[in-house]
Write a protein that binds this ligand. Structure first.
Ligand SMILES: Nc1ncnc2c1ncn2[C@@H]1O[C@H](COP(=O)(O)OP(=O)(O)O)[C@@H](O)[C@H]1O
Ligand SMILES: [Mg+2]
Ligand SMILES: [Zn+2]
Length: 237
């Protein structure tokens, strides 16, 4: 194999830095960081995920095939972006219980696309978005439309926590975003704790987001199911 041109990061583009016992991956100085820094700032990824969710620090847990498959699908998606197969979904819907790495993998895709392809992306936490819209009511300088249109039009969008609010108003707002993106064939990544075949008292995804929205997402996204235990619990042992 050829010598890496950067000895610091072995051409991965990232170096690891430990602060207060937590390992962060940060862009290596060899890279043209300016554009990436700008894209990263514009993406709106929350601090807790921003510098911590990469493919390099994602552990592919051996005894869990769904995690391995999800990792491979996510990695391939980032590598091939923005080339999509005609007639196939150009988005991913990560589905599974809390703490299995859905947001980690989705943010890893965003980071990789911004860093390697220098292509823009946006992170939207649905809980946050709903709060922001409610706060815009009664504020004549800032309308709901002004909040929603940059999200609906974003080149690549990650919607985190799909189904977190299930009121009719929340479903309508979501359907607006999804429909806009569907009509323009814009790639969308999503994560959800709700599944299509809910058991017992739990709601299914359809019950949370509505039939029309779920049906659009079937066309827009490949569903990536992850099962397993909460990684945060696993880490303690
Ligand atoms: N396979 C993994 N390797 C490394 N860290 C992981 C893995 N899975 C989850 N994590 C970490 O555990 C925490 C919870 O994961 P997260 O992606 O937020 O879960 P969720 O599926 O609820 O979105 C995060 O800090 C994430 O970085
Ligand atoms: Mg999450
Ligand atoms: Zn380097």
């Amino acid at each position: 194999m050829a010598e890496p041109s950067c000895k610091k990061c072995q051409d991965s583009g990232f170096v690891f830095k430990e602060i207060d016992g937590i390992t962060y991956s940060i862009p290596c100085s060899c890279q043209d960081t300016e554009k990436f820094t700008f894209l990263l700032q514009s993406a709106g990824i929350p601090e807790i995920y921003k510098n911590r969710c990469n493919f390099d620090n994602f552990q592919v847990i051996k005894d869990n095939s769904s995690i391995k498959e999800a990792y491979e699908v996510a990695k391939k998606y980032a590598e091939e972006y923005p080339a999509f197969e005609k007639g196939k979904p150009n988005g991913l819907l990560f589905m599974g219980p809390c703490g299995v790495g859905k947001t980690h993998l989705a943010v890893a895709i965003l980071n990789e696309i911004m860093f390697k392809k220098k292509s823009p992306a946006k992170f939207v936490d649905l809980n946050e978005l709903y709060r922001e819209i409610r706060a815009s009511y009664g504020n004549k300088d800032f309308s709901e439309y002004e909040i929603l249109s940059p999200i609906a039009d974003s080149e690549l969008l990650l919607i985190d926590e799909l189904g977190c609010v299930s009121s009719l108003w929340a479903q309508d707002t979501l359907l607006y975003i999804i429909t806009q993106r569907y009509n323009k064939s814009l790639p969308t990544l999503l994560t959800t704790n709700y599944s299509d075949d809910a058991q017992g008292k739990e709601d299914s995804l359809i019950e949370r987001i509505g039939t029309r929205c779920r049906s659009r997402l079937y066309e827009m996204c490949r569903t990536v199911i992850i099962n397993g235990d909460d990684f945060r619990k696993r880490k303690k042992f």
